[in-house]
Design a protein around this ligand. Structure first.
Ligand code: SAH
Length: 239
């Protein structure tokens, strides 16, 4: 069971994306809990101000440190088993490994930036800064959803078939093998014979080799960390 808390200026953004399919079922079954908080609940003035102009001038607004820190402190339950995470393009790159690491906590509290980002002093009150890629989004909300989705899949029971998580792209360090379903023939494209042979050992070997081949072609950088067997290495040399 993991509890995800989200601190945002736009709570309604989370209404629909987290209420479909796998994540919906996971919440219904009590495997994960998602709680969305309106950052303005921790502001103090009549206008519920959460941002202000930047010291030193320049374009755009900066999110104030006070409300964010108060929100984190009141939402966080057990600091030892929880993590406060700021979504920012300047953070460490999110990956399947980071998702795995996050899945071992009981609570993750996400801070979603907007505008020009957050006051630098917020960094002293979070444990992690995470980026979902080298591009700029208009807010941290979609990034938080990405992280929540990827981490939830690693919570035992969320994905019905555990084997499917193990075989996912990245989980074993490789891209996933090609997959097919009916019909056996579409236009002039046929399903490889081996998959219909019923020979499980042969299928297993074919899938491993296809995964290796695809990874070599598209993401050779992944192969170095993939923990290949001698057999894998021999196969790669042969192509
Ligand atoms: N001016 C900032 C970018 C602000 S974008 C800069 O140049 O670094 C506004 C907010 O969107 C950020 O505070 C962050 O919460 C979110 N965001 C934008 N891109 C992101 C990314 N690649 N990963 C995670 N969060 C991102």
């Amino acid at each position: 069971m993991i509890r995800f808390d989200i601190i945002t200026l736009f709570p309604r953004m989370f209404d629909s994306p987290l209420q479909e399919s796998l994540l919906k079922k996971a919440q219904e079954r009590g495997l994960i809990e998602i709680v969305v908080h309106d950052l303005r609940d921790w502001t103090q003035d009549r206008h519920r101000t959460a941002d202000d102009t930047a010291y030193g001038g320049g374009a755009g607004m900066v999110m104030k440190v006070g409300p964010i820190v108060k929100a984190i402190e009141s939402i966080r339950k057990v600091p030892a088993t929880s993590r406060a995470v700021l979504l920012t393009p300047q953070g460490k790159p999110f990956s399947q490994d980071v998702a795995g690491e996050f899945s071992s906590y009981t609570q993750l509290v996400f801070v979603c930036g907007r505008y020009e980002g957050v006051d630098e002093r917020v960094l002293s009150f979070v444990d992690d800064e995470v980026s979902i890629g080298d591009f700029i989004l208009s807010g941290g909300e979609i990034a938080a959803m990405v992280v929540i989705d990827a981490v939830s899949r690693l919570v035992p029971g969320v994905v019905g078939d555990e084997a499917s998580v193990r075989e996912d792209t990245f989980s074993n360090g490789l891209l996933k093998y090609p997959q097919y379903t009916r019909p056996p023939s579409f236009r002039d494209l046929n399903v490889p014979d081996v998959l219909m042979s019923g020979d499980h050992e042969k299928i297993r070997r074919w899938r491993r080799q296809e995964a290796l081949k695809k990874t070599l072609q598209r993401r050779p950088d992944l192969l170095e960390k993939a923990g290949l067997s001698d057999k894998d290495a021999t196969f790669l040399k042969s192509i």
